[in-house]
Design a protein around this ligand. Structure first.
Ligand SMILES: Cc1cc2nc3c(=O)[nH]c(=O)nc-3n(C[C@H](O)[C@H](O)[C@H](O)COP(=O)(O)OP(=O)(O)OC[C@H]3O[C@@H](n4cnc5c(N)ncnc54)[C@H](O)[C@@H]3O)c2cc1C
Length: 108
């Protein structure tokens, strides 16, 4: 049994712990000096930021793409594991574009 300690239970630590919990043979402990999700995670608006960047290649893009793909199954998975309804919407956010160039960036 491999033991893993993750320090910091914001969304990043929690997501790492959750994904690793699906790997057999790992014992995972998640520590936080405060209440879990009381840092930046508590302040977040909850907007999935993957689509904000315009880059579509490179390592960061691949990670972002994998995250967005994972999101497709994650909510259902967490709902069935916890029995808790997780409300979310897929209507996106409003961005005001004050020039044609700004608008073009969002149409690709
Ligand atoms: C106002 C605001 C709005 C935002 N809106 C969005 C958004 O809409 N979409 C988006 O994607 N991102 C958003 N973000 C960014 C997002 O909130 C952060 O990127 C994300 O929450 C970071 O998560 P984290 O787990 O790395 O950090 P945190 O949530 O800060 O978690 C870190 C944890 O580590 C713990 N910790 C720190 N040091 C120690 C230690 N020495 N020992 C034990 N525990 C420790 C802390 O107590 C904390 O719980 C927003 C941020 C802010 C401030």
């Amino acid at each position: 049994m491999t033991k893993i300690v993750i320090i910091g239970c914001g969304v990043v630590g929690a997501a790492i712990a959750y994904e690793l919990s699906r790997v057999p043979g790992l014992k995972i402990v998640l520590l936080d000096e405060k209440v879990p999700a009381s840092g930046s995670t508590k302040a977040a608006l909850g907007v999935l930021m993957g689509a904000i960047s315009h880059k579509t290649k490179g390592r960061a893009w691949k990670l972002r793409q994998a995250s967005m793909e994972r999101y497709e199954t994650l909510i259902d998975e967490l709902e069935s594991l916890t029995g808790i309804h997780i409300p979310f919407n897929r209507q996106g956010i409003v961005i005001l574009c004050f020039s044609k160039e700004a608008l073009d960036k969002y149409q690709n």
